[in-house]
Design a protein around this ligand. Structure first.
Ligand code: NAD
Length: 333
C-alpha cells in the first residue's frame, strides 16, 4: 500500500495526517479547494512524495480525470462541510459535498481499484443517549440530531451495508470523538480549544449544557487511527466501523472547565441555559483498541496544556481571527 489520496488534506485533521503519512513512507496526494487557505501545506510542499491538486471534489469531472491519471491504493476521505453550525448555514452545499459527492467518490474509488477507503465519520451519529449513564458502542442506535450527523449516518450506511461488497475493496468508517489539539490549520471552534483559548486570554467563558457528556480525542491520535486502519488486514477492517478515542476520555463540559481551572484558577465562568445542541453521549472505544491495537497518546489535560502554552507564548498572533472558525465568528470581549 503506497499511494494514498487524501481529500480535505489542508484542513485541521488532514494537515497533520499528511505529515504522518509522509513520515510513514507513503506517497501522498492531497485534494483540497482550500476553503480555509493553504498555509498548512507550506512545510510539506517540497517533499518529493507529496503532491497537491487544487480541486473542488464537487467537480466530479475533474475528480474523474484525477482517478484516470494515477492508481491509488488508499483513499482517506475528509473533505466535507464540517460541524453542525456550518451544515445548518450551508445545507445545500452540505448535502452535495457530504452525501452526493461522497457517494460518487466511494463508487469511483471502488471501480478504479482502490483497495482501502477510510471515511471520517463522527460520534455525533449517536445523538442523545436514552440512558445518560450508559456508554454507547458501535452496535448502539444512531440518533443524529443535526444535518451534519444525518449526512454522516447516511453515507456510513451506504459504505457499510448498501454498496455491493467486493473482496478487493475494503471500506472502513471511523466514528471520531470530538477533536482537540494543535494543528497547522488551527481551529478554535472546538470545545477544548476554544475554552482553553478564551480562559487563557482572560475572557469570561459563557457555557451551556455543562452537564452533557462527549468523548474527546487529540488530533494527532486521529492520524494514528487512520494509519492503524491502513496497516490492518482486510478481514479486520473491511465494511467495518470503529469508534475512535478512548473509553476513559469522555468528559462533561464542566469537567473540561475543571481541568482548565487547575492551570488557570482565576478563570471566570458564566452558566446559561440554551435549548441547543442536545447531543449527550458517552462512548465506548474499546473495539478499536481490542481488535486493531489502537491506543491514544494524548489526553484532554495534555491538550489543554499545549493550547494554553501556545496562546501564552503568543505563537498565534490573533487567535480570535475568523480564519480559525468554520462559521462566522463574533469576537468576544
Ligand atoms: N473536528 C472534529 O471534531 C471531527 C470529529 C469527527 C469527524 N471529523 C471529520 O473529519 C474531517 C475533517 O475535519 P476537520 O476538522 O479537519 O475540518 P476542516 O474544515 O478543518 O477541514 C476540511 C477540509 O476539507 C476541505 N474541503 C471542504 N469542502 C471541499 C470540497 N468541496 N472540495 C475540496 N476540499 C474541500 C476544506 O478546504 C478543508 O481543508 C471531516 O470529514 C469531519 O467531518 C471531524
Amino acid at each position: 500500500m503506497k499511494n494514498i489520496l487524501v481529500t480535505g488534506g489542508a484542513g485541521y485533521v488532514g494537515s497533520g495526517l499528511l505529515r504522518k503519512l509522509l513520515e510513514e513512507g507513503y506517497f501522498v496526494t492531497c485534494i483540497d479547494n482550500l476553503m480555509f487557505g493553504g498555509e498548512s501545506l507550506l512545510d510539506v510542499w517540497h517533499n518529493n512524495n507529496f503532491n497537491f491538486i487544487n480541486c473542488d471534489i464537487n467537480n466530479t469531472e475533474k475528480l474523474d480525470k484525477i482517478f484516470s491519471k494515477k492508481k491509488y491504493d488508499g483513499v482517506i476521505h475528509l473533505a466535507a462541510i464540517v460541524g453542525d453550525p456550518a451544515c445548518k448555514l450551508y445545507p445545500d452545499l452540505a448535502i452535495k459535498t457530504n452525501w452526493e459527492t461522497s457517494k460518487w467518490l466511494i463508487d469511483r474509488s471502488k471501480s478504479s481499484g482502490v483497495s482501502k477507503f477510510i471515511f471520517a465519520s463522527t460520534c455525533s451519529n449517536y445523538g442523545k443517549m436514552d440512558d445518560p449513564n450508559a456508554y454507547v458502542d458501535e452496535n448502539s442506535n444512531l440518533a443524529p440530531v443535526s444535518l451534519y450527523a444525518e449526512l454522516k449516518v447516511k453515507f456510513e450506511k451506504y459504505l457499510l451495508h448498501e454498496i455491493k461488497k467486493n473482496e478487493d475493496f475494503s471500506p472502513t468508517s471511523l466514528r471520531f470523538s470530538t477533536v482537540y489539539g494543535l494543528s497547522s490549520r488551527m481551529r478554535f471552534d472546538l470545545t477544548v480549544n476554544e475554552f482553553t483559548k478564551d480562559l487563557t486570554l482572560g475572557k469570561e467563558l459563557v457555557i451551556f449544557g455543562e452537564q452533557f457528556w462527549r468523548p474527546y480525542c487529540h488530533v494527532r491520535d486521529f492520524s494514528n487511527a487512520f494509519i492503524t486502519v491502513l496497516n490492518s488486514p482486510f478481514e479486520k477492517v473491511a465494511y467495518n466501523v470503529f469508534n475512535v478515542g478512548d473509553t476513559n476520555e469522555n468528559y462533561t463540559k464542566q469537567m473540561i472547565v475543571n481541568e482548565i481551572k487547575k492551570l488557570l484558577p482565576n478563570s471566570k465562568i458564566k452558566y446559561v441555559t440554551k435549548n441547543e445542541d442536545p447531543r449527550d453521549y458517552r462512548v465506548n472505544c474499546d473495539k478499536i483498541k481490542n481488535e486493531l491495537g489502537f491506543k491514544i497518546s494524548m489526553t484532554v489535560p495534555d491538550g489543554i496544556r499545549e493550547i494554553k502554552n501556545v496562546i501564552q507564548n503568543k505563537l498565534i498572533k490573533d487567535p480570535d481571527s475568523q480564519k480559525y472558525y468554520n462559521i462566522p465568528y463574533v469576537k468576544k470581549k
